[in-house]
Ligand binder design. Structure first.
Ligand SMILES: Cc1cc2nc3c(=O)[nH]c(=O)nc-3n(C[C@H](O)[C@H](O)[C@H](O)COP(=O)(O)OP(=O)(O)OC[C@H]3O[C@@H](n4cnc5c(N)ncnc54)[C@H](O)[C@@H]3O)c2cc1C
Length: 442
């Protein structure tokens, strides 16, 4: 039995704590967030994405099904709705709050898990090995420290090589709505709900649990003129004229239940376990989840890559029960081959997606990215058997290479993925100017 300290009780920390406790370890799970309030509300300060829409992809359901089947079942009992595409499971419709509440309930009731509310200030070491964590000044001793402190976590900054990163190139706003009693759902075009690309912006409706939907508007980061759709009166005016979003947000069908939430400073990041000299700087300290890899949230891959990591790490710790260094190195190899490819994919495809949003034609002198290859499947359905496993995250981005030549042929005919009919970004800018609140004099 090992004493394990896990910093961060997000999806990664909660999953890992429960699995390790069930395998006989004594786990202390530390988070500055105290968990849901007595009335069930959960502000979750410091995790800005918490109330944004989350697509719960099938790989997440599969990881839970293998390692924590009771938690998978509890999610469905809590209202998360299984998605079926042509009879095949394709994820869950669930708010992040529902997902995390269920994971948290499992962790806090697991006999081998102790949950501590506090801020982890630093990782402690003794004779060149991790020896615990300082929490609000107090020492928590541990044999293994897992840093699952998320995309904004700053713990153990100096104990790894700096991250590789790039801007996603987009920003968005979202708002949750609840269907009125007896109201019928609005239009759908995809397993998650409705995904629509218009001239210069995206509109997406995520269908979630408990008769809620989350409606998002995405723009290019540099497109400042659209940024004012963050004002509630502007946001409501905009969604009311965008086809599909208008139906879902019609006051006769639904009512808003959150503020208009900004999703900004979105970055793709990757940071492995090793320091600049290619060594594990502090044996016994392992980084996990978003602190290893974040990808463009508009693709909704973060929990899948995080829980896949957690499944791999917990398996490797079982394989190397008395050699944490060997487990760490094997885990770093796993991340290099199975997680980093998703980061690399976003680094090349995000700029292409931004150019597409700007209405630019595809430059066939450049290599086609995953955005181009998947879009070409609309024109050539024979690409679907190659593209679908990638889209479902059942195959790595490299699997798309097999479809590249046929996709190139599609574009050589002059075909281009056209935006849907609807108001253009210029139309929305006019509307934004008309509805933007005038600032009150100080
Ligand atoms: C806008 C947005 C939308 C997204 N949409 C999707 C989606 O649709 N589908 C999907 O799969 N993924 C999505 N993601 C990614 C997903 O949210 C993350 O992958 C997921 O939150 C990672 O979980 P985590 O546990 O690693 O980190 P987090 O959820 O960030 O949890 C980290 C925890 O660590 C705690 N913490 C940090 N530092 C300390 C400290 N020093 N001491 C104590 N506690 C600390 C924080 O309070 C927090 O609870 C989205 C991300 C963003 C930004």
């Amino acid at each position: 039995m090992t004493r394990v300290a896990i910093v961060g009780a997000g999806p990664t920390g909660l999953f890992t704590a429960t699995v390790l406790a069930r395998r006989g370890h004594r786990v202390t799970l530390v988070d500055r967030d105290p968990g849901p309030a007595a009335d069930g509300s959960w502000a979750r300060r410091g995790v800005m994405q918490f109330h944004h829409p989350h697509g719960i992809r099938q790989p997440i359901v599969d990881v839970l099904g293998t390692d924590l089947p009771d938690v998978g079942a509890a999610l469905v009992a809590a209202g998360a709705e299984p998605i079926l595409v042509k009879g095949h499971p394709a994820g869950l419709r669930s708010r992040r709050i529902t997902f995390e509440r269920v994971l948290r309930a499992a962790a806090v009731t697991e006999p081998g898990v102790t949950v501590v509310t506090g801020h982890a200030d630093e990782v402690l070491s003794d004779r060149g090995r991790a020896a615990g964590v300082r929490i609000d000044g107090a020492v928590l001793e541990a044999d293994l420290v897992i840093n699952a402190s998320g995309r904004s976590g700053r713990l153990a900054e100096g104990l790894r090589a700096p991250e590789t990163s790039g801007d996603c190139g987009v920003s968005y706003v979202s708002r949750q709505y609840q269907l009125l009693p007896g109201a019928q759902p609005g239009p759908s075009s995809s397993p998650v709900g409705l995904i629509s690309r218009f001239a210069g912006y995206l509109g997406v409706v995520f269908v979630q649990d408990a008769a809620t939907v989350s409606v998002s508007l995405t723009r290019r980061d540099t497109d400042e003129e659209l940024a004012d759709w963050r004002f509630p009166e502007v946001y409501e005016a905009v969604v009311r004229v965008v086809p599909g979003l208008a139906e879902w947000t019609d006051p006769a069908r639904s009512r808003p239940i959150t503020r208009v939430l900004p999703g900004v400073h979105l970055r793709n990041t990757y940071r492995g376990q090793l320091d600049e000299r290619g060594r594990v700087a502090l044996p016994g300290l392992i980084h996990l989840g978003d602190v290893v890899c974040t990808t463009n949230p508009t693709a909704g891959r973060g929990i899948a890559t995080s829980l896949s990591q957690a499944q791999s790490l917990t398996g490797l710790l079982a394989e190397h029960p008395s050699d944490v260094l060997a487990a760490t190195l094997a885990f770093d190899d796993y991340c290099t081959t199975s997680i980093k490819p998703w980061f690399d994919d976003h680094q090349t495809s995000d700029p292409a997606a931004v150019r597409l949003l700007a209405g630019e034609k595809i430059d066939l002198t450049r290599p086609l990215t995953s955005v181009h290859i998947t879009a070409a499947a609309d024109a050539n359905p024979q690409l679907a058997p190659i593209v679908a496993p990638y889209l479902g995250m059942n195959a790595l981005p490299s699997s798309l290479a097999a479809a590249e030549p046929a996709a190139r042929q599609v574009y050589a005919t002059g075909w281009h993925p056209a935006p849907l009919p609807g108001p253009t970004r210029e139309d929305l800018i006019t509307l934004i100017h008309q509805t933007k609140p005038t600032p009150t004099p100080a």
